[in-house]
Design a protein around this ligand. Structure first.
Ligand code: DP6
Length: 420
């Protein structure tokens, strides 16, 4: 394999974004291959604020595949990991690192073991699609290490087998997961609709909503919906195909009113499918519902939509503002209704690109206390809900996966192959 015996370690480190669907994936036609019942469309979020970093390493001295997530060793025995690893290994090619004097032949990859370390720059417990960024990053970094010749869409079909929504994290900007027709899943993959520069005025504010309840996982929730909801069948057959066409057009034309109308309607329909399942599944809570009604009232009072909302399998609100000025106003309104506890610093309550706080004229807690109630809400209902939101994250549409060539960014020690 190489002149250096079994001392060498070869590594690759990558960073991959998370994504939020504006036309939802909900329901599989094949559980093992993870094939969906409808197309979906997402926006990739800026990896500076929400991403997974993964280092993968190979060495003849490793005696088994091992993985660490946020510093803790986890099992790779699950079917989804095994499917991804098998698919990638079978496509691995010759690799040569002349500088390090390492040569790996295609056939060697079957015998060599891997170490994988992965880290999310956001709390896994916040319920922000960590599996999407995680599986996308695993597949992307291994593809680089093993010199795969597949293009990004072909890689997305491998990431899909880790978690459906992961296939959309292989690209930046707006992305469509084409459901495909083949039984073997070869045509169920993601394509980029437009890159992150196409609609770069958009600003995204995520409200991480407090919740005591443990939610049903997406995987089991969608299984129950497929088995029991007639609305899901109708949605997949009659509604989504038309909506996907309209959404693609709205994105191409940067038509915010249509984009917002479709995004909100699709989120609401996904949650209606959850309610239509037996037993019903509740992902949103009172705080989520309040945010929806504030946004609806504001949009109505403006005469055309300024903000779109969408909710995944949990209570967190993802709010998409048409531009930065609207985002600053949105943040004022949100902070009026959901102020932090008095001992919280504003900079630890509004995370990500919190320069929007300055645009909103909010430099400290004192400025919050002076905020007037939003005019579209009558004073009687302008009640405050301190503590109902854990924090906000301000972000924007972002780029796809990147390889980090700076070795100091690696999560594994280049000498031992163990987490740093
Ligand atoms: C509500 O991709 O997490 O976020 O394929 O079973 O891993 P599995 O499910 P997952 O489901 C995501 C569902 C959703 C909508 C979406 O992202 O499209």
């Amino acid at each position: 394999m190489t002149e250096k015996g079994d001392k060498w370690i070869l590594m690759a480190t990558a960073q991959t974004p998370t994504n939020i669907a504006v036309i939802k994936y909900w329901g599989k036609r094949d559980e093992n291959l993870i094939l969906p019942v409808n197309d979906s469309i997402s926006v990739t979020l800026d990896p500076d604020h929400l991403c997974t970093t993964t280092t993968v390493a190979v060495s003849p001295s490793f005696d088994q595949d091992r993985m660490w997530l946020n510093g803790k060793e986890i099992s790779l025995s699950g079917g989804r990991y095994q499917n991804c690893l098998r698919e990638i290994r079978s496509r691995a090619c010759d690799v040569e690192d002349k500088e390090k004097g390492i040569k790996i032949e295609k056939k060697d990859w079957e015998k060599l073991h891997l170490h994988i370390a992965s880290y999310n720059n956001f709390p896994t417990a916040a319920g922000l699609a960590s599996s999407a960024a995680g599986f996308a990053c695993l597949v992307f970094s291994l593809a680089k290490l093993m010199n795969l010749k597949e293009n990004q869409s072909q890689l997305s079909a491998i990431a899909r087998q880790g978690s459906g929504s992961a296939c959309r994290s292989l690209f930046g900007g707006f992305v469509k997961w084409i459901m495909g027709k083949e039984d073997n899943g070869s045509d169920s993959l993601a394509v980029q609709l437009v890159d992150e520069e196409h609609w770069n005025e958009l600003v995204i504010i995520i409200a991480v909503v407090s919740s005591r309840q443990k939610e049903t996982s997406s995987t089991s929730g969608m299984r129950e919906s497929v088995q029991t909801s007639l609305l899901l069948q109708h949605r997949a057959k009659e509604i989504v195909p038309k909506r996907v066409v309209q959404m693609e057009k709205a994105i191409q034309n940067r038509d915010f009113p249509s984009f917002a109308q479709l995004t909100c309607a699709d989120s609401n329909q996904f949650h209606a499918v959850c309610l239509d399942s037996s037993p019903p599944i509740f992902y949103m809570n009172d705080t989520s519902h309040r945010i929806i009604s504030y946004v609806e009232k504001w949009n109505r009072s403006e005469g055309s939509p300024q903000v779109a909302y969408t909710f995944d399998a949990g209570p967190n609100a993802v709010l998409i503002a048409r531009n930065r000025k609207v985002a600053a106003q949105l943040l004022q309104k949100l902070l009026f209704f959901f102020p932090p506890n008095s001992d919280t610093d504003l900079n630890s309550y509004v995370l990500g690109d919190n320069s929007i706080l300055q645009d909103a004229g909010l430099n400290g807690i004192k400025d919050l206390e002076a905020l007037p109630p939003p005019p579209e809400i009558n004073n009687v209902t302008a009640q405050k809900y301190t503590g109902d939101v854990n924090y906000f994250i301000c972000t924007k549409p972002g780029r796809g996966p990147v390889l980090l060539s700076d070795e100091s960014k690696a999560l594994l020690d280049p000498e031992t192959g163990l987490p740093k």
